[in-house]
Design a binder for this molecule. Structure first.
Ligand SMILES: Cc1ncc(COP(=O)(O)O)c(C=O)c1O
Length: 420
């Protein structure tokens, strides 16, 4: 079955752009365009959704509308854009593109993944209870525990890979279940359908951070999830040259509130960064195919390596949720973590790589390696890190799209230095 835009996608033009889109003629042309896209696959959608040639010049690449404001013809007479915090044609094109990729009606682009997550949490209020995967990205953990908890929101971290933990954590005031799957960095997979069923039975929304998979490999809304958040900094942008975030969803009331927060708090994605992410999504399908292919090869290499004590990769048959990952994901992606037993050994690997780059972040065309315990997850309490398996010997690789053999040769030579 091709990955195509679902029917509600038609409303993307009518609803999410209502009051925004400049001219009616443009609107109906876009609608015709999206009608065609409804029958198209993922790669076509990625290249064309929201990307109608510019109405004034015909530019095939959406122009970067680098403006803070828009001239008005008279009082109350404008072309749908009044002030660039509220809306911008470049950002709007990206938002429509991202919504289409996740099969959603509404999309909103933010200045970072954390800004997108922060805006999403504005859907709950003081006194509400939120259940969270206990192995989320360290920054999410920090935002929830150290910032938002100060405003009366109660966060409970559970292992969401076992749905009974979610079920027993639900309380009368549970309004949201926030999951990340697979988790960063130990690749725990949560059953999105099972969690959605349980959460919906008590009236709570389900939010999924889909950063690690991208919509090419996983489309959470198809499993009942209500809201998808992304750090577009990663695979969606794909070139390690911009920070950004997104929220996509179908519920119109929630979408209106996210739009209101986006405008009120103002953590918007700039026109240039929006353009960079659009440039990225056009090659998402191709890049993810290669990321996935090399991810599998690197994981297989590491699994058999004598200096590697354990690997964390949902594509490995030894991963205890391999079958669930196969069901829920179109592939396994390129995030692979492995334990070499000690800080010293991890340091040797991380400081010996030549092609791979020691750096935070992931999802770019270049292979990056990092040390979660002291980098991405330094803000997580040591005892929690220990429980989750984020040991001092854990190394995480974001496998890029260089030649697979070159990536493996580099990791091989770095591992050969361990214990010498
Ligand atoms: C899974 C995940 N979610 C959210 C974020 C935050 O995104 P950003 O750095 O764009 O704010 C990250 C960053 O690494 C991440 O890995």
């Amino acid at each position: 079955m091709p990955w195509c835009c679902p029917e509600p996608h038609l409303e993307l033009t009518l609803k999410s752009c209502a009051g925004y889109y400049p001219i009616l003629a443009f609107k109906s042309r876009a609608l015709g365009f999206l009608n065609i896209l409804y029958f198209m696959g993922f790669a076509t959608t990625a290249i064309h959704a929201g990307q109608e040639p510019d109405s004034t010049s015909g530019a095939v690449s959406i122009p970067i509308y680098q403006t803070s404001t828009y001239a008005q013809d008279g009082l109350g007479k404008h072309k749908g854009f009044e002030y660039a915090r509220t809306s911008n044609p470049t950002r709007l094109a990206l938002e429509r593109n991202l919504a289409a990729l996740e099969g959603a009606q509404f999309g909103y682009a933010f200045a970072s993944g954390m800004a997108a997550i922060d805006a999403t949490l504005r859907l709950v209020r003081a006194g509400d209870h939120v259940i969270v995967s206990d192995n989320t990205y360290g920054g999410t953990n920090r935002l929830f525990k150290r910032v938002l908890a100060n405003y009366g929101i109660e966060f409970e971290f559970v292992d969401t890979s076992d749905v009974t933990n979610v079920e027993s954590a639900i309380k009368d005031n549970t309004r949201m279940v926030f999951v990340e799957t697979p988790t960063n960095p130990v690749m725990i997979v949560t059953d999105l359908k099972a969690v959605s069923d349980v959460a919906h039975a008590s009236g709570a929304r389900v939010v999924c951070d889909n950063t690690f998979m991208s919509p090419y490999l996983q489309r959470p809304l198809e499993f009942g999830v209500d809201i998808v958040v992304h750090s577009t900094t990663k695979f969606l942008n794909g070139h390690s040259d911009g920070i950004g975030g997104a929220v996509v969803l179908n519920n119109e009331d929630d979408a209106n509130w996210i739009a209101f927060i986006q405008n009120s708090a103002g953590a918007i994605l700039s026109p240039f960064d929006s353009w960079l992410v659009m440039r990225g999504t056009k090659t998402l399908a191709l890049r993810m195919e290669q990321h996935d292919k090399s991810g599998r090869a690197v994981a297989a290499f590491l699994e058999d390596h004598p200096k590697v004590l354990k690997i964390y990769y949902p594509g490995s048959k030894s991963h205890k949720q391999h079958d669930l990952a196969k069901r829920q994901q179109k592939g396994f992606g390129s995030m692979v973590s492995f334990d070499v037993g000690s800080l010293e050994a991890a340091r040797t690997v991380l400081e010996s790589v030549k092609l791979c780059t020691l750096a935070e972040s992931l999802g770019g065309v270049e292979t990056l390696v990092c040390h979660p315990a002291t980098m991405t997850h330094a803000s997580v309490a040591p005892e929690v890190r220990e429980r989750l398996g984020i040991t001092d010997g854990l190394v995480r690789i974001s496998v890029g799209i260089e030649d697979t053999d070159d990536i493996i040769a580099d990791i091989d030579q770095a591992l050969s230095k361990v214990g010498k």
